[in-house]
Write a protein that binds this ligand. Structure first.
Ligand code: CS2
Length: 501
């Protein structure tokens, strides 16, 4: 912000000099031990906070060199503020702010792709972390592996020096690391993908082995021996920043921070403790370090994220711009409660230290946090990448047991209704839903003879979902009838129908 634009009433900008004493984490030592891909709000309110708290317990070389993918907004904002930003914690009747202060460098990957490779290969790097969203893994739902047909993946296979995808960046960085003899490292996925560490390891192996310049077998041996890919479950509701959040931060901190991050008070992180070259004392900061992450992962991915998707799409269809407004509608709340209890919970193994009843009650309370302003269009974004992770496993589980999962079908139908352009956008929310497959879905919506054909073509032609979903006739048929009801009578009637079974 140029000083001439500042009025006397404007607070000073956040910096090392202006940050209120006691509200900033300790400065990390030395060069960054962590390279992070994906400088979004989630990373800044979750992993960065745990890392700053861990450093307060146990000093170490755990500064974070973070790369944003394309956008300059956060990078420029943080650079103007001595690499600082604040986390604004908000719930109904309380708000507070804290400044992690754990970043040692921030850059834009697209502006200097080689810098990402160099950072991953640097001898001081011990952990590479990722929050690149489901879409960032270049996954093919059809094969479950790397989407070799994706032009960005093809680019990265052809030009290992300047990769553009997260998987290409990690692979190129590890290849350089191996050539340089820079030592072991851990690569930690912090995205909502089931079995995220193992999936990422597989994607990196494919990326290394494919293309005109395949990596030698020795590299793959080194990967197996020296590089760890722990799985993790990450959880904190972190919306996009709005002006209301910026104003609240200025009031709470007394300094201006345009790149503040709003977040709920709740935070959870379960990490498989299989690191190859050390890690921060994340456990001292409240993370659960365990040998069994799978239970936490599926519980969260299904009960939280799966239910979130249903609330988001029903909200978009009924004119609710934020998640708490959607779930404050009794029908939506009932659908959320029942999809959790009847269709997600029976498909997971609840970890021994989690009480399922408390967990579900807490989720409904978290979804009802009005002060956070979490938009339905944000949760509804990228459904083509999220729903395969959330809905398919549970749907297969129920159909194999002879049951039709009506509310999972409602989730699919509501998503299709939002994206296929066959209903009026009465509330202007559908147009705001971003999805990499949006164009294709609209094309199907425009040319299909009716809802049943929409469902058939999305399942059979697009490759958005794995074939195992397409094989479930019960899901196909129920989704089509619910989509028909949404198109003809609206989402409320369809929800009632799904709840009546
Ligand atoms: C949400 C998640 O946008 C979404 O798809 O379901 O971002 C959710 O808020 C987080 O995973 C909570 O930990």
């Amino acid at each position: 912000m140029a000083p001439e634009h500042a009025s006397p009433a404007d607070p000073a900008r956040l910096s090392r000099d202006t940050v209120p004493a006691g509200l900033v984490g300790p400065r990390p030592d030395g060069p960054a031990g962590i390279v992070h891909l994906g400088l979004g709000n989630f990373h800044r309110a979750h992993q960065a906070v745990y890392t700053a708290r861990a450093l307060a317990h146990e000093p170490g070389p755990w500064g974070i060199h973070a790369f944003g993918n394309r956008s300059r907004t956060v990078v420029d904002g943080m650079r103007t503020q001595d690499l600082l930003y604040s986390v604004l914690q908000v719930d109904q009747d309380d708000r507070s702010a804290w400044v992690p202060g754990v970043h040692t460098a921030v850059d834009v990957a697209a502006e200097d792709p080689a810098a990402v490779v160099t950072a991953i290969a640097a001898p001081g790097t011990r952990v590479v972390t990722l929050t690149v969203t489901e879409h960032g893994y270049s996954l093919s739902a059809r094969t479950g592996g790397l989407n070799l047909a994706d032009p960005a993946v093809q680019h990265d296979l052809a030009d290992r020096a300047a990769p553009t995808t997260a998987v290409g960046q990690v692979t190129a960085g590890l290849l350089r690391r191996w050539r340089d003899g820079a030592g072991p490292v851990s690569v930690l996925s912090c995205d909502n993908l089931s079995d995220n560490g193992h999936q990422l390891a597989g994607l990196v192996r494919t990326c290394a082995a494919e293309g005109p310049d395949p990596a030698p077998a020795e590299f793959l041996d080194w990967l197996g021996a020296e590089v760890a890919f722990p799985c993790s479950m990450v959880d904190r509701i972190v919306p996009a920043t709005t002006d209301a959040h910026r104003r609240a931060t200025a009031e709470v901190l007394g300094v201006a921070d345009p790149v503040t991050v709003p977040a709920e008070p709740f935070s959870m992180w379960a990490i498989e403790d299989t690191f190859a070259a050390g890690r921060p004392a994340w456990d001292a900061a409240g993370a659960i370090l365990t040998d069994d992450v799978a239970g936490y992962e599926l519980l969260k991915l299904r009960l939280l994220n799966g239910t979130h998707s249903l609330i988001a799409y029903l909200g978009c269809l009924t004119g609710a711009p934020i998640i708490p407004a959607s779930v404050s509608q009794e029908l939506v709340a009932e659908a959320a409660r029942r999809v959790m209890r009847e269709e997600y919970l029976p498909t997971v193994r609840v970890p021994h230290d989690v009480d399922a009843e408390d967990y579900m009650a807490q989720l409904l309370a978290r979804f009802s946090n009005h002060a956070l302003g979490h938009r339905t269009t944000q949760v509804g974004a990228d459904g083509s990448q999220k729903l395969p992770q959330r809905v398919v496993g549970p749907a297969v589980h129920h159909v194999r047991a002879g049951r039709t999962p009506h509310l999972l079908c409602l989730t699919l139908a509501a998503w299709l209704a939002c994206l296929t352009g066959r209903i009026r956008d009465d509330h202007g929310l559908l147009a705001q839903l971003v999805d990499p497959r949006a164009e294709e879905l609209r094309r199907i919506g425009a040319t299909a003879a009716g809802p049943a054909e929409v469902v058939d073509r999305v399942l059979d032609e697009t490759g958005i979902f794995p074939a195992e979903l397409a094989e479930l006739t019960a899901v196909r048929e129920r989704t089509a009838t619910l989509l028909a009801t949404i198109e003809r009578h609206g989402a409320e009637t369809a929800t009632r129908e799904a709840l009546q079974r």
